[in-house]
Ligand binder design. Structure first.
Ligand code: CDT
Length: 301
């Protein structure tokens, strides 16, 4: 059974005017650290290449098309692909995708150690709102700038591990985890950009938000007997704070690695994917124990 050293590459704030080339050089610096620690597969955050622009409102959304990638890889990110191939390292990262048909998605990809894009996922659960809402202390306009993803929750066998992706808000939805679990997932990768304050309630402080993040990832990993790597883009971006809290969670639901700061930071764990088998063959043996005759409502409403 497969053993891999898995890593999370947390990225500190990216300011509005930071270029893709500058971000990619930060990503490569973390990849070099990861290689020095023997990492075989590295996870970067949601929307790794740009600032989290859905906090800004523009009336004409086309003004924000410059945050989107029309090809992947492209010249700005090619050095990252080249470095990973030279290291024989698989990796995943999130970016904003503009398709030839003019559709906008919040996307992530898994890239094999040979440099091939082996799986694409488009974010399903888009939080926030589509119009400017003055009662909010901060805007969160993902529903304005992205379409809900149309890929569903696929998996791929990469580096002899069954891998799948979720993006940020997806981690709070058990349905996302269970779709991956039903496909036998052994490693779920999650990138996130989570503001530290609730834009409608001052009572929900950063501690509670980090708790809900961790609760969701630990529960999802345990209930589907899978490893999970959840990685933040965090710290200050253009005067807005996003929490850090990147973690690696084992198939028992325990946190086995945790970021300490709010900047660019690597976390790693020696993962033994045989550990996924116990839960999948006992308490979470889906074929033996699920009662789907009572679950219809989940897909009806
Ligand atoms: N990027 C993203 O999806 N962020 C959301 C913020 C929503 S506030 C609960 C998240 O779920 O982290």
């Amino acid at each position: 059974m497969t053993k891999l050293i898995i890593g999370g590459a947390q990225i500190g704030g990216i300011q509005k005017n930071e270029t893709r080339e500058s971000v990619v050089s930060r990503m490569i610096a973390l990849m070099e650290q990861a290689h020095a620690k023997g990492v075989n597969f590295l996870v970067y955050p949601e929307m790794t290449l740009t600032t989290f622009f859905p906090r800004f409102y523009v009336e004409d959304r086309a003004e924000f098309d410059h945050w989107f990638e029309t090809a992947m890889p492209n010249p700005a990110v090619q050095p990252l692909f080249d470095k990973a191939r030279a290291f024989g390292m698989g990796f995943t990262f999130g970016y904003c995708e503009l398709t030839p048909e003019g559709e906008h998605f919040n996307t992530s990809i898994i890239v094999s150690p040979e440099g091939e894009v082996v799986l694409k996922y488009r974010k399903t659960h888009l939080p926030g709102h589509a119009e400017f809402e003055p009662e909010r202390t901060h805007q969160h306009l993902e529903k304005r700038y992205f379409l809900p993803g149309n890929t569903g929750f696929g998996v791929v066998r990469n580096q002899d591990v069954i891998m799948g992706m979720a993006i940020c808000n997806d981690r709070r939805w058990p349905e996302a985890w269970r779709m991956l679990g039903l496909r036998g997932v052994q490693l779920v990768t999650i990138g996130y950009n989570t503001p530290s304050q609730n834009n409608l309630s001052a009572e929900e402080g950063i501690e509670r938000r980090i708790y809900h993040h961790e609760l969701s990832v630990c529960a999802g990993a345990y209930q589907n007997s899978t490893y999970a790597v959840a990685v933040a883009k965090c710290g200050m971006e253009d005067g807005n704070h996003m929490f850090a809290g990147s973690i690696i969670v084992d198939p028992d639901g325990f946190v086995v690695a945790r970021a300490e700061g709010e900047g660019d930071e690597l976390i790693t764990h020696d993962a033994d994917f045989a550990k996924c088998d116990f839960g999948k063959s006992t308490v979470f043996n889906f074929a033996a124990h699920r009662r789907i005759e009572h679950y219809g409502l989940i897909a009806e409403q």
